[in-house]
Design a protein. Sequence first.
Length: 255
Amino acid sequence: MKIGVALSGCGIGDLAVYCALRQLQENGIDIACVSASKELAVSSILFAARCPISQSIEVLRQKFYADTARIPFWGRWRWKKSFHHLLRNQGVKRLSDLQTSLDIVAEEKRSGSLATFTGLAENGVEKKRWPSFLQREQDLKTVTRLLFPTVGKSRYADPTYRIGYPTYQLKMEQLDRALCVEFTSPSDGTEEIKMQNEVMRDTIRSVLKNDAQFVIHLRESNARVSKKKRLKALEALGKETVETQMVEIYEALLF
């Protein structure tokens, strides 16, 4: 049975989402494909590359500190250096090198069109038959630079507010079952982002509920603590949420 997971939420939840994916795997859920919204690309790449857990968590901690820093330049440079060093040690340079199939879904800010970075390019899909939103870029250094530039802002945005979970890409992989993982935080900040989260949840209830057999909600309850305590809580959130719902997850996937 081929099982896919669609990831959606803000980048602060990278650590929680990564731990949730690892917990699913440790409980015998063999994930064949991951489809992630842009902000969760780093955690999904580390999982798909099967990087060592402790080193992956350290990279995600570095990214968290950069994302929450007033001046993020040095923090961004540091986590990206560690990230690419870890991938290089795994022999991963391109999306098609990942052990688990991965699609990263983003939105081009200028045109408003969806863009998907995927390893399908080198896995038997003819280029002339690609849907127009599939991106040809394969090199992970380039993909990371496009989505998370060290200086300035990316020309790509996260499409969560438009599409909810990126489940369409899972259909392209011809999977048997699908899980969705959602991360939300009270520190998602601006009114615009809060509105996007509401739209996402409404979309999930009305449209996407038929695309997935189960939805795992990772909801950060308190963001007004020290960064060290918050990181510890995010790691526990991913593990404990999955562990407490494993019976329901098994039933949803197997029956």
